[in-house]
Design a protein around this ligand. Sequence first.
Ligand code: PMP
Length: 375
Amino acid sequence: MAFGWIDEQAELRRRAGLVRTLRPRPADSPLLDLASNDYLGLARHPEVTEGAARAARVWGGGSTGSRLVTGTTGLHAELERELAGFCGFEAALVFSSGYAANLAAVTALGPHGSLIVSDAGNHASLIDGCRLARGTTQVVAHADPDAVRKALHTHDGPAVAVSDTVFSVDGDAAPLAALAAACRERGAGLVADDAHGLGVLGAGGRGAAYAAGLAGAEDVVVTVTLSKSLGSQGGAVLGPARVIDHLVNAARTFIFDTGLAPAAAGAALAALRLLRREPERAERARAVAGELHARLTAAGHAAVRPDAAVVSVRAPSPESAVRWAADCRTAGLAVGCFRPPSVPDGVSRLRLTARADLSGDQIERAVRVIGETRP
Ligand code: PMP
């Protein structure tokens, strides 16, 4: 039977307790949300939703075509200009997702004959970029600039190192300045995925590269998502204008993909302007993460010290992690749950996101529920 092998895989997954299911979220969910990536609490901000609505009214429900044909509106150009300016880069290019932006950056900057050095803890979209790229990928130890340096020394010719700035599983930060220095020694480029850094790290949320003094560097390229701190949807690559021009001409997920929907561009632009006006939102997200971590640690949980807004708590097994998250939900708290194969090290975790708009009472309630439901 066609696809019969799927049933065998499903059975293995069932036995291992690793079945994933979709659960539609009600618009007016009563759950306390520590599961979403809405770090700054902007996804439902009236200025952001109005930015989306106005953009849809002016430009339509979709962008109507690929960016090089009809899919570039004035709104896309405005967003690219403001995003680049905010983060301190010469130019930016907006994509329909952060995933597509990562595929674009890695494939276009890792051509045939090049070496791509990739951190072992990188996000799936960077890993897939490495798989699609024509260059050769070498995976190196997590957050280890010396390992990057050694790998780069094995190669003559174009090379690039790729790394998350904040790792999505444990919320730890990459040693970005040291990575850039290792790359510079060999004339290699650095691609840094700042999905979890934009809006949280750096002055006023200008991101991890800005915080590390790398904004605008000629050998640094940053990718971001518009779907976390900016409460919208989409992604972008930021870097020197010559790199951005190269992506326009060479990146397949840019050339062959329909442009970002105007509503998403309008929402992201409104959120970016809000963040410029209210830079304290970034500090507040970091402070909430620190407070969550301190309270969880005091209560005896194995929580990883957060470098940004992601707080990770170890669970004894995949099954107990799933049960723990489900029990939290029953008690009114939404948390994320990471388990194999999403986590290559096999350690299952609860993943909590610190939102800038969480109150002290809500943080206390979250920690109490996590303690009461602990497996
Ligand atoms: N990079 C990282 C580190 C991420 O966590 C994510 C989102 N899960 C992405 C890239 C992909 O971004 P998007 O959701 O916009 O496709």
